[in-house]
Design a protein around this ligand. Structure first.
Ligand code: ATP
Length: 134
């Protein structure tokens, strides 16, 4: 089976309304956190910094210590089943202006409950719920 590895982050910023979480709308239609494929020789957090910059224009990322989790799923591409693992970190930023790349169609900043409801996949929701417990 083909294996794919990505890394991403639950990115939030403090606003007068509280913490706002960043979600992206992926080309296949789902809403998820910033993430992307790990390039050769890259440490997981390096992938996150690069993907955040490429996908959203955010360059001021601070990782929140003590949070690391993983999502696992299978999907099909060109008739091949792919097993994918995505490592997720928690990170904060002061940037609110997002510059999307060609890779995504939309983004949104939402409070916790709205973001939880917007996430398409249960696996991502389960990781996100652990953030609230922190
Ligand atoms: P990356 O951001 O890692 O480069 P990508 O945009 O290439 O990823 P994914 O977001 O992994 O691709 O989506 C690939 C396929 O897997 C899509 O069909 C998507 O609907 C599905 N998928 C994405 N996340 C999950 C999940 N948590 N559980 C199940 N299926 C998922």
């Amino acid at each position: 089976m083909l294996e794919e590895r990505s890394a991403g982050a639950i990115i939030y910023r403090q606003s007068p309304q509280g913490k706002m979480y960043l979600l992206l709308n992926y080309p296949s239609g789902h809403w998820d956190f910033v993430k992307g494929n790990i390039e050769k020789g890259e440490a997981l957090r390096e992938t996150v910094l690069r993907e955040a910059r490429e996908e959203t224009g955010i360059t001021d990322i601070t990782f929140v210590d003590g949070f690391e989790d993983k999502v696992e799923y299978h999907y099909q591409r060109d008739g091949q089943v792919i097993h994918k693992e995505v490592a997720f970190f928690l990170a904060t930023t002061n940037t609110d202006k997002i510059t999307l790349s060609f890779e995504h169609q939309d983004y949104t900043w939402l409070g916790f409950d709205e973001a939880l409801a917007k996430l398409t996949y249960k696996t991502a929701q389960n990781v996100f719920k652990k953030v609230k417990d922190l």
